[in-house]
Design a protein around this ligand. Structure first.
Ligand code: TMP
Length: 206
């Protein structure tokens, strides 16, 4: 058992397979005897899931980027306080699909909001919590959108130009923080990618 919890996040453009990889990693870690909480952002609590519905509803296509950024942060404040911090205090491993890097990539690099402002607000709502490791599953934006399927939510309906900026934003974050962010191509064999993820995760679990 871990004395202190571990916080692992998965990031990537649309259709990058991060949820599949997160699930496989959780199963693997549970089999190894770790206590694992798998959750997602935006969401993971009943309040945050309600905010998610507003954010992803295609009917809200006129949403301002400032409104969007603050709603993602509001959902984050709730899940950090209600789920993530208590689980980490209990020594659990928390695996989360998306976290603050998503706000930097989507609302910052692609949406044009100041990265500094996003970092400052994130610092407040997360109480300074940062992932111990982040797996960035990289994929060509157009291919990812194709993989994501036909019934598109409000974010997936944004232009290919926007989604290319999201991808490049994520790659910039990975370049800035190579110690924390492990970038992996999402187009290779699923088993090979998962093996790399498991190895890197186990290294920090010990
Ligand atoms: P999901 O598809 O990974 O469940 O995430 C929901 C969408 O919300 C996805 O398009 C990425 C987007 N998103 C942001 O734009 N900013 C954020 O801070 C987060 C967490 C997600």
């Amino acid at each position: 058992m871990l004395k202190r919890g571990l916080f692992i996040t998965f990031e990537g453009p649309e259709g990058s397979g991060k949820t599949t990889h997160a699930k496989l990693l959780c199963e693997f870690l549970r089999k190894k005897g770790f206590r694992v909480l798998h959750t997602r952002e935006p969401g993971g609590t009943s309040i945050s899931e309600k905010i998610r519905k507003i954010l992803l509803d295609p009917k809200n296509k006129g949403m301002d980027v400032g409104c969007e950024m603050l709603l993602y942060m509001a959902a984050r404040a709730q899940i950090v306080e209600q789920e993530i911090l208590p689980a980490l205090e209990q020594g659990r491993i928390v695996v989360c699909d998306r976290f603050t890097d998503a706000t930097l990539a989507y609302q910052g690099y692609a949406g044009g909001m100041s990265l500094k402002v996003i970092e400052n607000i994130a610092g407040i709502v997360t109480k300074g919590l940062k992932p111990d490791i982040t797996f960035l599953l990289d994929i060509d934006a157009r291919l990812g959108l194709l993989r994501a399927g036909r019934s598109k939510d409000r974010m997936e309906r944004k232009s290919i130009f926007y989604h290319n900026k999201v991808r490049n934003g994520y790659l910039s974050i990975a370049r800035k923080e190579p110690g924390r962010v492990k970038a992996l191509s999402s187009t290779g064999e699923i088993n090979v990618t998962q093996e790399e993820i498991r190895k890197a995760a186990l290294k920090i679990c010990r």
